[in-house]
Write a protein that binds this ligand. Structure first.
Ligand SMILES: [Fe+2]
Ligand SMILES: [Fe+2]
Length: 193
């Protein structure tokens, strides 16, 4: 799905189901990070009006997701825990070129963002199919659709503004890189864990 090389082992859902409070807290912070990342891309690339327009919408959608997860946390009598680090995302971050020109940096950050959307989408799809909790199954199905749209937005801007860069080749390199990273995950009750 979405050109990922490795699928998540479905047994990851059994780990998640043992600690719903933890996955919800981690998930809430994933949405916060997604909103923050979109704002960072706007800040670094403010001269592209269409990118600013679409990423402002995307950032707001991520904040709504954050709010939706927080609402579920409250409804279930939990409290939002402290921010969780996302070691998968931190490892993926190392792929981005450092010290290149601004356009190369923008394309890399867009592809990095698209990859996180793609993997999140794959995890949400698996959760929606396998989790026994019906409310969460429906919730993750709805979010999967929204995150798939975000993936398309990021990839679309990378292709649009990266005409002089071989974006498909760079994406393929990222797909290979991500497959090496994700091999070591699928063992914890976090969205990318
Ligand atoms: Fe989201
Ligand atoms: Fe998203």
């Amino acid at each position: 799905m979405l050109h990922l090389k490795l699928a998540t082992d479905p047994r990851w859902v059994n780990i998640v189901e043992k600690n719903i409070e933890e996955i919800l807290t981690d998930h809430a912070w994933c949405e916060q990070k997604a909103a923050t990342n979109a704002i960072t891309i706007i800040t670094l690339n403010s001269e592209y009006p269409d990118l600013v327009t679409d990423l402002l919408i995307l950032a707001q959608e991520e904040l709504v997701h954050f709010q939706m997860v927080h609402d579920i946390i409250k409804k279930r009598g939990y409290a939002l825990g402290r921010e969780r680090k996302d070691s998968y995302v931190n490892e993926l971050y190392k792929f981005m070129s450092k010290g290149g020109n601004r356009l190369q940096s923008m394309v890399d950050r867009l592809l990095f963002s698209a990859m996180i959307e793609a993997r999140s989408c794959e995890r949400f799809k698996l959760l929606s199919k396998e989790i026994k909790d019906l409310e969460l199954s429906k919730f993750y199905n709805d979010l999967m659709i929204s995150e798939a749209g975000h993936y398309t937005t990021f990839i679309g801007f990378a292709r649009k503004y990266g005409q002089h860069i071989d974006v498909d080749k760079r994406w393929q390199e990222l797909v290979e890189f991500e497959a090496e990273v994700i091999k070591n995950y699928g063992k914890e009750e976090t969205i990318h864990g």
